[in-house]
Design a protein around this ligand. Structure first.
Ligand code: THG
Length: 271
């Protein structure tokens, strides 16, 4: 599974403060913890940090790139911000793979972000929602995913660079939607050959819930069984990563050995 480290997000107060104060050490320490946990990609989100969001993004990307060559996921719900940020980061860090996180299936989002992804050779994440919001049923989620996928392929984006995100909502506010997201992965994986990649923002499922770590790792295993390829998660959560490794062994994606957790770490250069 492709692990996107979630922790460099201005939603966290320590990150927000470090961005505004341009304190590299805080960001690099948090990023290193994600990398040490097995992150393959670093998700960067400036959140509600005060000041110039474009300059914040460029600084965050440069700061994280100083300690890793891994791909960077530029995370914002604002298409107009991403339109400014992607060319700046691409220019500042030539050769670094970028992921646009995220686009929706709404026509104005696709018109702004799909040509941008094609021009800069980035990957892009498409959410299964459109201008009407997050669908309340599986059928419309699948329709949005299919519309995004068709638009992305038409824009010339290679299938390997296309991710679909069936939007995870918190279980304490949106009862039963977690099942819709999983069913959307199953259906979209079946109707597309070759399929795009499927990704979720895992921690959404347990936001403001007690036993959030337990909910996260249980849901990750369920989604992996349905065909998930990637997740934005806290790679520093060791029990979560262990549940992921065990699921991959049981799904036949990795060979069993008596020390399968250690084998995974060695394969990643972490042990
Ligand atoms: N899909 C895509 N991108 C995304 C999301 C998604 N980016 C943002 C978000 N969702 C994924 N990142 C996070 C990061 C943290 C949390 C949730 C999602 C989180 N944090 C804890 C909380 O709020 O309870 C802890 C907060 C704290 O300690 O301050 O839940 O879905 N494509």
């Amino acid at each position: 599974m492709i692990i996107f480290g979630e922790r460099i997000n201005g939603m966290y107060r320590d990150v927000r403060t470090a961005i505004v104060e341009r304190d590299k050490s805080v960001i690099q320490r948090l990023a290193k913890a994600q990398l040490d946990g097995g992150a393959d990609v670093m998700d960067l989100n400036v959140g509600p940090a005060k000041g110039d969001a474009v300059e914040h993004f460029v600084w965050l990307a440069q700061t994280v790139h100083e300690i890793t060559d891994k791909p960077l996921s530029l995370d914002s719900a604002k298409a107009d911000l991403l339109v400014q940020v992607v060319p700046r980061v691409a220019e500042a860090l030539p050769g670094t793979k970028l992921i646009i996180n995220s686009c929706t299936a709404a026509p104005d989002y696709m018109a702004k972000l799909l040509p941008l992804a094609a021009k800069y050779g980035t990957s892009i994440i498409g959410l299964t929602m459109d201008q009407r919001g997050v669908p309340g049923n599986v059928e419309q989620r699948v329709e949005c995913g299919a519309a995004f996928l068709m638009g992305a392929v038409e824009a010339g984006i290679p299938i390997e660079d296309i991710y679909i995100d069936p939007i995870i909502l918190p279980v304490n506010v949106a009862h039963k939607q977690q099942v819709h997201s999983i069913e959307a992965i199953r259906q979209l994986a079946l109707v597309n050959d070759p399929p795009p990649k499927f990704i979720i923002g895992l921690s959404n499922v347990s936001q403001k819930c007690l036993l959030n770590h337990l909910l996260n790792r249980t849901y990750l295993v369920m989604a992996l069984a349905a065909g998930l390829d990637a997740a934005i998660l806290d790679a520093a959560d060791a029990e979560l990563i262990e549940a992921m490794i065990a699921a991959e062994v049981l799904l036949g994606k990795q060979l069993y050995s008596d020390e399968f957790v250690k084998a995974w770490k060695m394969q990643k250069g972490l042990a």
